[in-house]
Design a protein around this ligand. Structure first.
Ligand code: UN1
Length: 507
């Protein structure tokens, strides 16, 4: 066992070295990095002081003033090179994600693929940052809108998608002409260092980038606060808990800076009588148990129609009992929780569910040979008599609360009756039900799916949610507009000065 642990630490050091991370960045520091796979300490990463962080932000601000002069399609070339470097090191970075977060190899690689996808998307977008030309009421006038860079923008990311979330923000922010400052989760500085080294390789191949275009700030809460409070940061995009977002959002509002908030989800799915139940079972299983329930899009609540409830729950229980829990690096589908605190929160949610009349299946600690220092747990399936207590909260662990419904409108009302609004799904082959679910009277979430689960969104759509999820949108569609400021320009090419609304003012 001891040998395996040493092996993981050495593997990590080797991967970081191959990617181009300096040894000084992972040795002798104050931040201990622990792999959730076996609890092994992988590195001690130096942290930045608040003073140095403020200075780094000043430098990024200056870089932004230069970067905005580079034409957008040329800025796109830098992001294209980033995509190339990511492709070259997909295996290595994916492996690091798996080691640092405890994801299966397939999910680790999937995270890097998501980074590559957003780079491709952003390259195309770099030629499409267009505004409207708008009809004016005045003769010999033209009205248009133009989109301009914001400046140096902040990115705060969470442990569970330690690098993909950076890339959604970074790729768009860069083509939009902004500099970027990244405060990663304290639990995942190694993948942040690796990603930054990969980005620096792209920078080296690109002549026109100013010094300090991208800054990585590894540190604690005080460093995050320095970023959020810095008067030269016009936008912070923050991913994490609703509690964190409430503080960040209020601080930013206090100085009229912008926020893109991607916070907690309490995602639900509805399984209707017409559903393809084989497909629904697979969709529910991946969404609820994948990534050990540690996605913001994880399925946490399930409403099953009474007529199929007993049969569907029996199949679900069998899937929960048979899913392989273990070392994710060996390909087990359910890997570890990020830490002991997460396990404790899961247990207290399960106890609260029992007190509220729930019947809990699974949720127990699993010992994994060779990974005794990791926190492994069998995913929990909880049959609940109603939507109360812990069902209303996001517990970042694999717990699925199952409830029964009779009328679709009641199920939709229950699905909406929580304070979060990220992702949702309906499994149905009835056109009326499916369309109702995605209509204005249906799901109130930022993501509403039909016949697929709540997680695993593609980068082409705007990603984010309503209510306490924070309202921000990242990634695809027109999310780029969040990283730019809009100017409306009215141009008079005539010799007279007609005023709008027919106002006369003759001096
Ligand atoms: C997150 O958990 O913070 O849709 C993001 C998904 C992934 C992103 C999850 N593409 O599940």
């Amino acid at each position: 066992m001891e040998m395996d642990m040493v092996e993981l630490r050495e593997q990590t050091a080797g991967l970081l070295n191959d990617i181009g991370v300096a040894t000084a960045s992972i040795k002798g520091g104050t931040l201990a990095v622990r792999s959730p796979v076996n609890g092994e300490t992988l590195a001690y990463v130096p942290e930045i002081s608040v003073e140095d962080a403020r200075q780094a932000i000043d430098i990024a601000h200056d870089a932004a003033l230069e970067w905005r002069k580079v034409p957008a399609p040329v800025r796109g070339e830098l992001v294209r090179l980033l995509g190339e470097e990511l492709r070259a090191d997909k295996e290595k970075l994916g492996r690091l994600v798996s080691i640092e977060v405890g994801k299966s190899p397939s999910e680790g690689l999937g995270e890097v693929q998501e980074m590559i996808d957003i780079c491709d998307f952003a390259v195309g977008l770099s030629r499409q940052l267009h505004g409207l030309t708008i009809a004016t009421e005045r003769p010999e006038h033209r009205m248009m809108e133009t989109w301009h860079p914001l400046g140096a923008i902040g990115i705060i990311s969470a442990f569970n998608f330690p690098v993909a979330v950076w890339s959604w923000n970074a790729a768009l922010a860069l083509i939009c002409g902004n500099a970027i400052i990244w405060k990663p989760s304290e639990k995942t500085p190694l993948t942040a260092l690796a990603t930054h080294a990969i980005f620096e390789r792209a920078l080296k191949r690109f002549a026109q980038a100013p010094q300090g275009l991208s800054r990585l700030l590894i540190g604690g809460r005080d460093v995050g606060e320095a970023l959020v409070d810095h008067p030269k940061v016009p936008l912070v995009s923050a991913t994490g808990s609703t509690a964190m977002g409430r503080i960040v959002g209020q601080k930013l509002a206090g100085r009229f800076a912008r926020a893109i908030l991607e916070l907690g989800g309490n995602n639900a799915a509805i399984v209707t009588p017409s559903a393809d139940l084989d497909l629904a079972l697979r969709g529910v299983a991946f969404a609820a148990m994948g990534t050990a329930g540690q996605r913001c899009t994880t399925l946490r609540r399930l409403f099953v129609h009474r007529s199929i409830h007993a049969a569907f729950v029996a199949r679900l229980k069998a899937a929960y009992e048979s899913v392989s829990v273990g070392n994710p690096l060996d390909g087990h589908l359910v890997g570890p929780l990020i830490d002991e605190a997460s396990f404790e929160r899961m247990q207290s949610a399960l106890n609260a569910a029992r007190e509220a009349g729930g019947i809990v299946h699974g949720g127990t600690r699993v010992t994994v040979d060779g990974c005794e220092g990791g926190i492994y747990v069998r995913p929990a399936l909880v049959e609940m008599p109603g939507q109360a207590g812990p069902v209303l909260e996001e517990t970042f662990a694999p717990i699925l609360y199952v409830m029964v419904y009779d009328a679709l409108d009641d199920a939709i009302a229950l699905q909406n009756d929580v304070s979060q609004g990220l992702s949702s799904a309906i499994f149905s082959n009835d056109l009326r039900e499916a369309e109702r679910f995605v209509s204005h009277e249906g799901s109130d979430c930022g993501i509403a799916n039909v016949n697929i689960g709540t997680s695993g969104a593609e980068i082409g759509g705007a990603f984010g949610g309503e209510k306490e999820t924070g309202g921000g949108r990242e990634s695809g569609s027109d999310a780029w507009k969040g990283y730019m400021r809009r100017a409306t320009n009215t141009i008079n090419y005539g010799r007279s000065l007609p005023l709008a609304q027919g106002v006369s003012f003759d001096v």
